[in-house]
Design a protein around this ligand. Structure first.
Ligand code: ASP
Length: 341
């Protein structure tokens, strides 16, 4: 056997091993990629918070809270859970966190009570559940989902919604549970948050699961000092919350009256579906349209391919995401001023 034959033999062996590795490993990597084709965007409200007036420690506290909620929802998606389950996991986490204007820690009405609004929507079926003016349901987003799955209705209000919650065994609490010292003392938010921000702080999430389905959810106490009985955009399908696999999933935050009048969430969906706008263009145009009517705020938007946008017309928006590549960011202000955590 010549030296050349030995080299040729060694080459064939290495080539064979290479092909074997390729055959065995490529499907494994491919399926791992499929498994991570999920995405999750969350917000904790848009407002006039100013970077100068917010200490590093305060920013860190909000970012940690956002990251906790993001991790809860992303865990669901990574385990193969549905987009609806992820949205519910994010929002229940934020409803329990007194930093946000949803569930415990929600803003007070002019009568010093808490009245909660929430909605959830399934992008696959366009089924939706929503409630408004609820005072005793610990997790409004769970009630929204129960209305969606256990009733033939989409939206319920006040005592009717509460009776439905009771009948379906959802946890109920006294209205006092929701009222924190921070809200009672009229601080609205910590001193760092300027007056306009006091009116915001809603929470929301949009998710894309491994099956390629979208979902959206929003939960809020509305705007502070609102008249009792006032309803914002958050629980209104198409205004504050919308999801369709044919276009996008959206959750909005901001001055609800203007988001209702511009039908903000559906505005984004229509621009993508009928207007052939790119997703970031559509999202930007929708927040600008609401602003032109007189209302500031923001939206988080996701499509079935994992394209996403989080524009806002306020100083800041508490927000975080995990994209389809697994990149994560947690932000409050503009991307440039506000490095990732
Ligand atoms: N959009 C909510 C409402 O008007 C408030 C907010 O997003 O902070 O009820």
């Amino acid at each position: 056997m010549s030296v050349l034959d030995v080299l040729r033999g060694a080459f064939s062996l290495l080539f064979g091993l290479g092909v074997l590795c390729w055959v065995v490993l490529v499907p494994v990597t491919a399926s791992a990629q499929t498994g991570s084709d999920t995405a999750l965007l969350i917000h904790g409200g848009a407002g006039g918070m100013s970077q100068d007036a917010m200490s590093e420690a305060q920013q860190r506290t909000y970012k940690q809270a956002l990251r906790r909620a993001l991790t809860a929802g992303n865990g669901v998606l990574q385990d193969g859970g549905t987009a609806l389950d992820a949205v519910e996991a994010v929002i229940t986490t934020m409803e329990s966190d007194t930093l946000f204007n949803a569930g415990r820690g929600a803003v007070l009405t002019s009568q010093n009570t808490v009245e909660l609004d929430a909605a959830i929507m399934d992008g696959e079926t366009r089924n939706a559940g929503a409630l408004t003016g609820v005072k005793t349901v610990k997790h409004p987003i769970r009630l929204a989902r129960t209305i969606m799955t256990e009733s033939e209705h989409v939206m319920m209000a006040q005592e009717g919604a509460e009776t439905f919650a009771e009948e379906h065994g959802l946890e109920q609490v006294k209205n006092d549970y929701f009222i924190t010292e921070r809200r009672r003392s009229g601080a609205g938010d910590d001193a760092h948050v300027q007056k306009t921000a006091e009116k915001f702080g809603t929470v929301g999430a949009v998710a894309l699961d491994q099956e390629g389905n979208l979902a959206a959810g929003t939960s809020t106490g509305g705007i502070s000092n609102k008249r009792f009985g006032r309803i914002g955009d958050s629980p209104i399908v198409g205004a504050g919350t919308y999801a369709s696999n044919e276009s996008v999933a959206v959750s909005a935050t901001g001055q609800g009256e203007f988001y209702i009048r511009s039908v903000a969430a559906h505005n984004v969906a229509s621009r993508v579906r009928f207007g052939e706008a790119s997703l970031p263009e559509a999202a930007q145009a929708a927040v600008e349209e609401a602003e032109a009517l007189g209302g500031v705020g923001g939206v988080i938007v996701l499509d079935p391919e994992g394209n996403m946008a989080m524009p806002f017309t306020t100083n800041g928006m508490f927000r975080a995401y995990v994209d389809t590549e697994g990149n994560t960011a947690v932000r409050i202000f503009g991307a440039q001023e506000d490095g990732d955590m």
